[in-house]
Design a binder for this molecule. Structure first.
Ligand code: ATP
Length: 754
């Protein structure tokens, strides 16, 4: 037996825990009207997941809870539990993805609770589950949610009254196709969710796209800027290294030049001051000496003049003496040889005077000539008319006149004096001569020195201006160094401190200034470009771009995955639909065979069959639409039509059947449906109510036939039906308003049923 027990506690009239055991194929529940039999059937519906409170004769969930009576308090909740045998592990439960969940229980217990606030709980083997899990689980054992296996009181002909579509559902349920329907629905819901997700993802991607594009552009820009930075860094290093070398070279060459010029300047300065000192020392020394000597010569002239004057006077005296003695004139004969000698002497003196620059010397020569002439003229006067035509110097030693010894002595002294003074004079002349030569020489030296001094001064000026030029150059260099430092600062702000390692940069090529200028221009061009691009926040932009693109990639992958799952869901749905279609058609055929058998059994002939019809249905969600749209919005639906043909009667319309005939026809159909795919149990709540005795017998036969495949729970007032049951439960309701259950014998049962 699949169905083992049913426990009812606090449900409707069952205030106390009541347990029904189903250990036999047919269990009958009997009892008087209003005792609570149908409540047992509803308890079964309830625990199997019935959602229509109305179908359980209530309007709110709380209506299902024992309301209490005079003697009994109301229940806090209604609990119904059902137990199934699962030793063959037939129960299956699948998860969202369709995989089976391991249900390794020998007994499956399903319990449902309802609370006064309408809250429902579903518990599977002690764990709370969802309603759909219960539906999923039960469909695996052919207990569908359409409730076709539970025929409530007065609902025997429900299948006849139902719409073709509802009938189709019941047939599907009976054929065990509901599980596929669930799967289709589930897949449909998933498809909807997946499509929604896809729309959301696509929307997100669309929303992200402009930002991503913007970031991409920024990143491209930044990467370009980074490339430029790398180029700039290398250019900067090359430029700085070359500039550094150049400036250092300039600096040291200027320093070298300065030192060279400074030392030369110093030595020139020293030389100038040396010359000045020598000049001051030697200046005028010889001149002064010359002046003293010339003064002495002057004095000697004075003395000589005095001596000559003295001599003149003396000679005058001597002439007068001679004159007195003229009475015995004597003739001094001068021969032409002597005269020539005198002329030659005078001429040579004159020649000497001509070439003499020194006036003092000329004067001396002139004085000598005067003396020669004086001597000669003295001779002429003394010889008078007896001149024989020759001139000669007076030769005092050969004077022919008798001499005054006194005068003579004086003359001799004067002459000696003269001779001495002349000698002194000659010495002085000699000194003067030497001194003059010295002066000339000195002047020459002075001149040379002046020239030298001038040259030094010129050189000094040259050097001083060179030094000035160097200072200017140094100033310029200092400015260049300052600019260089600023360039380094600027560069390191622009591309970081890495730039400071330029000294280790290996340079190629020359450090030509024009190349350096080119390099600088290049740097400036890149700097301008970099400024245009801008560097700020680059790493943050990259980070954000990576995040956003990672997210976009994730979303793109999600889109792909979603597209794949949409595709596979569609395929699954199509496969399931196809499977349902095929199994439905086959199932209907099988049902028809059974239906025909049961029908002719019940009606002693005649036929009953099901046919599949196609109905045009409007899509439910469509509001007001145009005609064309209306056509598009029409969907085709399969439905089931029941065809009956009673023996000996022309009636084929279901509506034209009598109450009993309707019951018989629907029982035949329900039993036929149960035969094809037998559910574990069937509940028949007074399905036999409308049957007469003969039909009750046939009904009893069918019950027995059915019970071979499904357990039967039969609520009945019919004795015939009761007689077919293996176990009879009697339900009574006492003054406390609570239903009670008791096992009864057939006779008791018939008594209780009344
Ligand atoms: P019949 O033979 O006439 O069909 P029955 O045995 O099927 O009768 P039920 O319809 O099962 O009787 O029981 C109806 C009884 O259950 C009524 O007396 C009703 O008052 C009682 N009942 C229904 N709901 C509740 C509830 N929530 N609390 C208490 N009693 C309830």
């Amino acid at each position: 037996m699949r169905l083992k027990n049913l426990e009812i506690n606090g449900f409707k009239s069952f205030s106390r825990k009541t347990v029904l055991e189903f250990q036999n194929p047919i269990v009958s529940i009997v009892g008087p009207n209003g005792s609570g039999k149908s409540n047992v059937v509803e308890a079964l519906r309830f625990v199997l997941g019935e959602q229509s409170i109305k179908s359980m004769r209530g309007s709110l969930g709380s209506d299902l809870i024992f309301k209490g009576s005079k003697n009994l308090p109301k229940s806090s909740r209604a609990v119904v539990a059902i137990y199934f045998d699962n030793s063959d592990k037939i129960f299956k439960l699948s998860n969202e993805t369709g995989e089976n969940i391991n249900l390794n229980y020998d007994v499956i217990s399903i319990s449902r609770e309802v609370y006064p606030d309408g809250l429902n709980k579903y518990i599977l083997n002690g764990s709370e589950v969802r309603l759909k899990d219960i539906n999923n689980l039960l469909s695996s054992v052919n207990i569908g949610s359409s409730g076709h296996q539970i025929i409530s009181q007065g609902e025997a002909d429900r299948i006849l009254n139902a719409s073709p579509r509802d009938r189709r559902e019941m047939v599907e349920d009976a054929l065990g196709l509901k599980i596929y329907q669930y799967k289709i629905k589930e897949a449909g819901r998933k498809l909807e969710r997946t499509t929604d997700n896809m729309k959301e993802v696509s929307l997100l991607r669309r929303e992200n796209a402009p930002h991503l594009n913007f970031l991409k552009k920024q990143v491209d820009k930044f990467e370009k800027a980074k490339e430029m930075q790398i180029t700039l860094l290398s250019l900067y290093k090359e430029y700085f290294k070359k500039e550094d070398i150049y400036l250092e070279k300039e600096r040291s060459s200027l320093l070298l030049e300065r030192n060279k010029i400074s030392s030369e300047l110093k030595s020139v300065k020293e030389k100038i001051s040396e010359v000045d000192v020598v000049d001051k020392k030697e200046e005028n020394k010889n001149e002064e000496e010359l002046k003293i000597l010339e003064k002495k010569i002057g004095e000697i002239h004075g003395i000589k003049n005095e001596i000559e004057h003295k001599l003149g006077r003396l000679e005058g005296m001597m002439e007068m003496e001679e004159h007195r003695k003229e009475k015995m004139p004597e003739v001094v004969i001068k021969n032409s040889g002597e005269i020539k000698e005198i002329f030659d002497e005078i001429s040579s003196e004159i020649e000497g005077a001509i070439v003499e620059d020194n006036i003092a010397e000329v004067k001396i020569i002139l004085l000598r000539i005067r003396n020669i002439l004086k001597e000669f003229s003295g001779n002429i006067i003394s010889s008078g008319p007896r001149f024989s035509g020759s001139l000669s110097r007076p030769d005092h030693s050969k004077t022919i006149f008798p001499e005054n010894p006194e005068l003579k002595k004086n003359q001799q002294e004067i002459l000696v004096e003269m001779q001495n003074i002349k000698e002194e004079e000659n010495k002085i002349f000699e000194k003067i001569e030497i001194l003059k030569r010295k002066i000339i020489q000195e002047n020459e030296t002075l001149h040379t020195r002046e020239k030298e001094k001038f040259n030094f001064r010129v050189r000094y000026q040259e050097l001083a201006s060179s030094l000035g030029l160097i200072s200017v150059k140094e100033e310029n260099l200092a400015k260049e160094i300052e600019a260089f430092k600023n360039e380094i600062k600027e560069g390191s702000i622009l591309i970081g401190s890495e730039i400071l390692s330029y000294k280790s940069f290996e340079i190629k090529g020359s450090i030509d200034r024009s190349i350096q200028e080119e390099l600088k221009k290049k740097i400036e061009r890149i700097k301008i470009k970099l400024e245009d691009v801008g560097l700020g926040g680059g790493s943050e932009v990259i980070k954000e771009f990576e995040e956003v693109s990672r997210r976009d990639n994730f979303l793109a992958k999600e889109m792909e995955d979603l597209a794949v799952s949409i595709e596979s869901l569609r395929k699954l749905m199509a496969d399931l639909k196809e499977k349902i279609d095929i199994e439905f058609k086959n199932g209907v055929e099988k049902i028809n065979k059974e239906f025909h058998k049961f029908f002719s059994l019940m009606f002693n002939g005649g036929t009953g069959s099901l046919s599949i019809i196609i109905e045009n249905k409007k899509k439910s969600s469509v509001a007001e639409t145009s005609e064309d749209e209306e056509e598009e919005n029409i969907v085709q639906e399969q439905g089931i039509e029941i065809n009956v043909s009673l023996p000996h009667k022309k009636v084929k319309e279901l509506n034209a059947l009598s109450g009993g005939e309707r019951s018989l026809a629907s029982i035949a159909l329900l039993f036929a449906m149960s035969q094809v795919n037998p559910p574990p149990f069937l509940v028949l709540d007074e399905t036999d109510a409308a049957l007469d005795e003969a039909n009750s017998c046939k009904y009893g036969d069918m019950l027995e036939k059915l019970s071979q495949h499904s357990q039967l729970i039969v609520v009945t007032h019919n004795r015939e039906t009761m007689s077919r049951a293996d176990i009879l439960y009697g339900v009574t309701i006492g003054n406390d308003g609570a239903s009670k259950l008791l096992s009864v014998k057939l006779d008791e049962a018939t008594a209780i049923a009344k």
